[in-house]
Design a protein around this ligand. Structure first.
Ligand SMILES: [Zn+2]
Length: 415
């Protein structure tokens, strides 16, 4: 009896192993760095087992021919907000103050699936904006296999200097909940960073500047010493700090304070991008957020001349390219529709980046910057996060809109 059981067990394990082996045969492979033709990719279980020409597939492996398609690493979205939806549907204030926690969670579940099916198998989700640490919960729910979604790098509530963030403009006698956690000064900052780490975040996000100037313009928030302190506290736990920064002084303080990436960097100059490069700080441009918000404010793209904000964004992106700073793709998706993440990559190409570099900035480059050595490459031993798209995205980025296959952890979500 025992022998029979063991034999059965052996049979089912070998069967299930056979079922989870795939040989993918696309027209070409972008491996995270370069393009190859005539390559095949062998996946067994959750891993990429072999890559190259003339592979010997194990018996029972399922062969998937991807005719006229390009196989790539699963894309990495560097700046998402799964708990937000486009501001032209509901203003940010109303999402933070009026939507129930349940509605926000339900929306996030829908957004997670859309993101995955659009070929983005990993997201660095940069703040729930009033939805507490529910990103950590969402991540766990995805990892347990309860709902489909991308791998998540979470920041939870994010940190802001008191008085700098929003929602604001309400009766001063009411206490309006904020879109992130307020903390300042030595003791409170140490406690806040540790408190967030304790709730399961992966990275600490801070707002190094925000629109709290006299005229409502963006101005620096945390002092450089405060940023240095947060970086030091986070580093004790092996975590890094990343910064929202769009003003020159905010960017400078974030760089010198020791932040790992700068988000937005709207008025970044050649000098600042060079400083970033010399300090090993990466840049996440969020071109699509500026593009979307300008359109929500009435800009008719393609008809009206480009508003100042877009002209400036093109200029700073060009300076970033010239400086040679490491660029990670991130669009601030949530400001615009989830699943439309490619919009950022199209703008990167439109603003002067070569398609191959755009692809690197969404695969091997962020894998390295975000400390994810198992992701971002089609290489033996990496995790089997793979997508296939029609045509050749190394020539035209918008081919990424034609996703034909999505695999995460060796499991097919779309084919
Ligand atoms: Zn954002």
């Amino acid at each position: 009896m025992l022998r029979k059981l063991l034999a059965l067990l052996f049979l089912t394990t070998s069967l299930s192993q056979a079922q989870s082996s795939f040989v993918l045969i696309p027209d070409r492979v972008f491996d995270g760095m370069d393009v190859y033709t005539g390559w095949q990719v062998l996946v067994t279980g959750t891993q990429i087992r072999a890559v190259g020409p003339n592979l010997q597939p194990p018996a029972g492996a399922e062969v998937i021919v991807l005719k006229n398609q390009t196989l790539l690493p699963g894309l990495i979205e560097g700046h998402s907000h799964l708990f937000l939806h486009p501001y032209n549907e509901t203003s940010w204030d109303d999402q933070v103050l009026r939507e129930s926690p349940m509605e926000r969670a339900a929306r996030a579940v829908v957004h997670a699936e859309k993101t995955l099916l659009a070929g983005f198998t990993t997201v660095r989700d940069l703040g729930t904006e009033g939805a507490d640490f529910d990103d950590v919960g969402l991540k766990q729910t995805i990892e347990k296999g309860i709902i489909p979604g991308p791998r998540m790098i979470t920041v939870g509530r994010a940190l802001i200097a008191t008085g700098s963030y929003g929602p604001k403009g309400y009766n001063t006698r009411t206490n309006v909940p904020q879109g992130a956690e307020e903390a300042d000064g030595q003791d409170r900052l140490i406690q806040a960073v540790r408190g967030q780490i304790g709730r399961g975040i992966d990275v600490v996000k801070i707002y190094a500047d925000y629109r709290w100037g006299l005229m409502g313009e963006a101005k620096p928030t945390f002092l450089q010493e405060e940023i240095e302190l947060m970086v030091k506290v986070a580093a004790s736990s092996g975590r890094s700090v990343i910064a929202h920064a769009s003003t020159e002084e905010g960017i400078r303080r974030a760089i010198l304070g020791g932040c790992k990436t700068i988000e937005h960097g709207d008025v970044g100059t050649l000098e600042l991008f060079r400083l970033m490069k010399s300090k090993g700080v990466a840049y996440c441009p969020t071109l699509a957020a500026s593009d979307a918000i300008s359109q929500y404010r009435g800009w008719k793209k393609g008809q009206d001349p480009e508003p100042e904000r877009i002209v400036q964004k093109r200029k700073s992106f060009k300076a970033a390219l010239e400086s040679g700073v490491t660029i990670v793709m991130g669009g601030d998706v949530g400001v615009f529709t989830h699943g439309d993440n490619v919009r950022e990559m199209e703008l990167m190409q439109e603003y002067g980046m070569k398609p191959l570099d755009v692809l690197r900035s969404a695969t091997s480059v962020p894998a390295q910057v975000f400390g994810q050595p198992k992701l971002g490459e089609v290489k033996t031993g990496k995790l089997a996060d793979l997508i296939a798209v029609e045509g050749d995205p190394t020539q035209q980025i918008n081919q990424l809109r034609k996703v034909k296959l999505v695999m995460k952890d060796g499991k097919l979500y779309k084919r």
